[in-house]
Design a protein around this ligand. Structure first.
Ligand code: SF4
Length: 282
């Protein structure tokens, strides 16, 4: 059995930057991260081992400095941090920051913001909490519940597939032909490259292993993409989750990973897959 990696996989620059910032500051002073820095257990364990705290609410923070995650935060949430006299370490990914600017511009120009994404996801909350009015759409079918507006501004959670953004925009235009529809392309390029590479990989493999957190949006999306082309797709958090029987009769096994998966975890999973392949030959 051959083991093949996707041409783009694993941790993106936004997550790497956020982790580096938090580790650097956490080594100097007590630090709390507001929400999960990334949706990956091994990264969260690494932070906890270094004494970096995780709290979900501003009111629960008991260190002078609080880190905003790569997913970003609304101005309201930042104001709540400042009101408590806390200092902000901003680890927001530059691409998420650009998405905030794009959504703000849509609202400012009189477009009703429609965000294509997962309702209540931390990034979507950050994108919408400062808006007076907005809709979040998780499936194209949700377009049916939109009320008529003169102008719709459609943007996406950064990890959404770009096709879904454009599909929703065209469905809105079809449902409201008199309305003006403007699209802000807020989908992140590293995510898109990983999704495209995962599909190409899955099309050429008998089995695909996706490494990532069970709660990671982009990891779940990678699984869904791979399942379009391959009947045997398995999500693992680490090498310990692999099962030799998954690879029964497989000639090519593919490997991809979500944007919050550390390199070391991917390497371990790859080594374990090669080990399974070796044992089958022996
Ligand atoms: S997935 Fe994209 S938007 Fe999210 S942190 Fe990574 S680079 Fe930034």
């Amino acid at each position: 059995m051959r083991v093949v990696r996707a041409s783009h996989l694993g941790m993106c620059f936004g997550v790497r930057g956020a982790i580096a910032k938090v580790l650097r500051t956490g080594a100097r002073e007590p630090l709390t991260v507001l929400g999960e820095l990334v949706h990956n257990e091994s990264v969260l364990e690494q932070l906890a081992a270094r004494g970096i705290r995780l709290r979900h609410e501003v009111a629960e923070v008991d260190t002078p400095t609080v880190a905003i995650t790569a997913h970003g935060a609304s101005d309201r949430r930042r104001a709540a941090v400042h009101e408590r006299g806390l200092r902000i370490l901003d680890a927001t990914c530059p691409i998420v920051r650009a998405a905030h600017r794009a959504v703000t511009a849509l609202a400012h120009d009189g477009f009703h913001p429609v965000i294509v994404g997962t309702p209540n996801h931390v990034e979507v909350r950050g994108l919408t909490e400062d808006l007076d009015e907005f809709d979040v759409i998780s499936t194209p079918g949700d377009v049916e519940r939109l009320s008529p507006r003169a102008r719709f501004g459609v943007a996406a959670q950064t990890t959404q597939p770009i096709e879904r953004l454009w599909q929703v925009a065209s469905l809105i235009q079809r449902r409201f032909p008199q309305s003006e529809v403007r699209v802000a392309e807020t989908v992140c390029v590293p995510t898109r490259l990983r999704q495209e590479a995962a599909e190409a990989l899955a099309a050429a493999c008998d089995v695909v292993v996706v490494v990532g957190g069970a709660h990671s949006n982009n990891t779940r999306e990678l699984c869904a993409r791979c399942r379009r082309h391959c009947g045997r797709v398995f999500l693992v958090q680490d090498a310990g989750d692999l099962r030799p029987e998954w690879f029964e009769g497989a000639r090519v096994a593919g490997l991809t990973a979500g944007t919050s998966t550390p390199d070391a975890v991917i390497d371990e999973v790859e080594a374990a897959m090669r080990d399974i392949a070796q044992r089958r030959v022996a």
